[in-house]
Design a protein around this ligand. Structure first.
Ligand code: NAD
Length: 429
């Protein structure tokens, strides 16, 4: 199937929602409410630059739905950030929080900027400017931001500090993704990759595949991918291939070793952006292949953990016959056209907003700990994470089996029903 239109994540998020609304025969008022964000903030952030000039940056926050609790969602700094990307991601956050049944809604934010070209002082000014525009509309009981693409714990601390200065108090539950030493949570770094493997472990049980016989091919070698590979190997699985972006060559490469990659060895030659040094990888005996080789690998599981829009109607046919499961670490890696091919081929999908929900679940734990001002040890965080992810997986797969639904549809039906119920109970619709 050809896909000629440019990729628009909000159109994709809406088309997935519309499909679910049809499946559950959702009434028009609920459709209208949930197809659109509840609130959007678009604003300018003037910044005095180091060279004496003033530059004006564009900032956004989109609050898709907060019927189940305060909004939750990251802030991205990206030169190509668009309002439709932020809208889509805020909608996906609503479903993600609902599928793991944490009492939070869906939000997302962003600033159009490239931190590579900005000094730390300029980045701090953007962070504080972003908060000044939103200080009355975010916070522990309204909407709780977190780091995302090109933002980190330092950015969150600057934002929290500005928020606390404006509100005259300490509100550590107002932002998550903070440094562990300053009101952060242990386990947050591992949470998304580990959470993916907790749900993959349940899928392997369901499909009667032994973890020791499981092989994986992974797109990406950043935070999500590395911790997924780590836990998969601990339960007995092997990763054969990983891919990453090469900043120097402006292209992606795949790194393959048929006997399995060595995580620590590859980590030692990887930069902080998840880019692997290809010369050193070759010296270590890895095959260096074109970027899309990860998709064609003969493995039991594919784990796309880099970008959206990667498995499409055009390339889904190239997936190897041996692949039984796709566990989506990235947000939106598979298009609706590709889903059709996967369904026809009987490939089992653990959909993104279920598979990668470990991150937001641990952010929720961070928020709870921050609100209590009492912090849990690592084991307690990871045990709670495993419980939440396993329960969510079982709820979705039960529904998929009982109603003969594709896993993505089952996850959507479960989440949308939960959000609709909250909107109805509140008397909104
Ligand atoms: P990251 O920045 O740590 O790593 C991204 C990796 O993808 C890097 O290895 C990079 O080289 C690679 N990459 C980039 N372009 C590529 C390409 N064209 N081909 C192959 N590899 C490419 O990011 P992350 O935190 O691991 O997040 C990865 C994905 O997971 C993103 O879609 C993100 O939105 C999603 N996600 C992350 C979290 C989280 O907690 N980190 C939570 C939920 C979802």
């Amino acid at each position: 199937m050809q896909e000629n239109r440019p990729y628009n994540p909000f159109e994709m998020a809406r088309s997935q929602f519309d499909r679910t609304a049809d499946l559950i025969d959702l009434e028009p008022s609920a459709r209208e409410l949930l197809r659109n964000p509840l609130r959007e903030y678009h604003f300018s952030i003037p910044v005095h630059m180091d060279d004496g000039s003033v530059k004006v940056f564009r900032g956004y926050r989109v609050q898709h739905n907060d019927a189940r609790g305060p909004g939750k969602g990251g802030i991205r700094f990206h030169p190509q950030e668009t309002i439709d990307t932020v809208r889509a991601l805020s909608m996906w956050m609503t479903w993600k929080c609902a599928v793991v049944d944490v009492p939070l809604g869906g939000s997302k934010g962003g600033v159009v900027c490239d931190p590579h070209d900005l000094s730390l002082r300029e980045q701090e000014s953007i962070c504080r400017g972003w908060v000044r525009q939103l200080a009355r509309d975010i916070g522990p009981v309204q909407d709780v931001p977190a780091p995302d693409i090109m933002t980190n714990d330092q950015h969150m601390l600057w934002m929290l500090d500005e928020y606390e200065t404006l509100h005259g108090g300490r509100y550590p539950g107002g932002f998550t993704g903070k440094p562990v030493a300053l009101n952060g949570s242990l386990g947050r770094t591992q949470a998304t990759g580990y959470g993916l493997v907790y749900s993959l472990r349940e899928a392997l049980k369901e499909l009667k595949i032994h973890p020791e016989e499981t092989t994986a091919s992974v797109q990406g070698f950043g935070n999500v991918a590395q911790y997924a590979i780590e836990l998969l190997s601990r339960i007995g699985g092997r990763t054969l291939c990983v891919s990453c972006w090469d900043q120097e060559d402006h292209t992606a490469y795949a790194f393959r070793r048929p006997s399995g990659i060595d995580l620590e060895e590859l980590r030692s030659i990887t930069d902080r952006f998840g880019g692997i040094d290809k010369g050193k990888a070759m010296d270590l005996g890895y095959e260096v292949l074109p970027g899309d080789a990860w998709l064609k690998e003969k493995a039991t599981v594919l784990i796309p953990s880099a970008l959206e829009n990667q498995i499409t109607g055009d390339n889904a046919g190239q997936i190897h016959d041996q692949v039984r499961i796709i566990a989506e670490g990235a947000n939106g890696p598979t298009t609706p056209e590709a889903d059709q091919v996967l369904q026809e081929r009987g490939i089992f999908v653990i959909p993104d907003f279920l598979a990668n929900a470990g991150g937001v679940t641990c952010s929720y734990f961070e928020q709870v700990q921050s609100n209590m001002n009492y912090y849990w040890p690592m084991d307690e965080v990871l045990a709670k994470l495993d419980l939440k992810m396993t329960a969510a997986y079982i709820a979705v797969s039960d529904l998929a089996r009982r109603s003969d639904l594709f896993m993505r549809d089952a996850a959507y039906v479960l989440s949308v029903n939960r959000v609709v119920a909250a909107c109805k109970d509140r008397g909104w619709i």
